[in-house]
Design a protein around this ligand. Structure first.
Ligand code: ATP
Length: 206
């Protein structure tokens, strides 16, 4: 089987990446999710979690020895050296796991959802960049509803991420997540058809 046509899906915090991925998955599209991979690499006893704990101490663990995500997030978004160290540990592992899944895929096309798709040179292999875009105020509101985070923390993360303008400039396709779920669903359905066509063309022309 030829390598699948790869659509890289990205967007800022709370923009709607997971919602879009879930819609696509429910329609049978294969989605590789960098956040899910990151979580699976950081289970208790894993190499990556042991390394993190060695470096930062037990402050990043919950009582049951699982990763305390809020504690790690707080730490790395207040200390750029800590963030760099963590990125240097996790990003190559995540990329390798993604490439294994891509190599083993039987799909004609797939979606790779990665928050840092555009921040990192590691994802140069994607064929098409799809950005989910939300107004910043909505990003904050939706993130607040979902997490136990506070506004300051979310704003810090937004500042550390690529700017909305830069992200949009890098996009081949844009989903505007500024309305209700039906509005999102409509755009996702249209793009799905488009990517199916693109993948067919790719596989026919080799
Ligand atoms: P993160 O980068 O923080 O993981 P994300 O980009 O994956 O975020 P989602 O988790 O998909 O974003 O969306 C954030 C929250 O907003 C979720 O609770 C989701 O259900 C909600 N949401 C997303 N899009 C819409 C919409 N169009 N209408 C209403 N709620 C929405």
């Amino acid at each position: 089987m030829a390598q699948p046509y790869i659509v890289g899906l990205t967007g800022g915090i709370g923009s709607g990446k997971t919602t879009v991925s879930n819609m696509l998955r429910s329609q049978g599209v294969e989605v590789i999710d960098a956040d899910e991979i990151s979580r699976s690499l950081l289970t208790p006893g894993s190499f990556a979690l042991e390394e993190l704990t060695r470096h930062f101490g037990e402050q990043i663990l919950n009582a049951d020895n699982s990763l305390n995500r809020a504690a790690l997030r707080e730490l790395i978004f207040n200390d750029s050296a800590a963030r760099l160290w963590t990125d240097n540990l996790l990003h190559p592992l995540i990329r390798e796991a993604i490439l294994v899944l891509v190599r083993n895929s039987n799909s004609g096309w797939l979606v790779l959802s990665a928050p840092l798709l555009l921040e990192s040179a590691a994802y140069g292999f994607v064929d098409r960049v799809l950005v989910v875009d939300s107004p910043e105020q909505l990003q904050i509101e939706r993130s607040l509803q979902r997490d136990n985070a506070n506004v300051e923390q979310i704003e810090k993360i937004m500042v550390a991420q690529l700017s909305r303008k830069a992200r949009l400039a890098a996009a081949d396709d844009i989903i505007r997540n500024d309305g209700d779920i039906a509005h999102l669903q409509h755009q996702v359905a249209k793009l799905k058809l488009f990517y199916e066509e693109q993948a067919n063309v790719r596989h026919q022309t080799g």
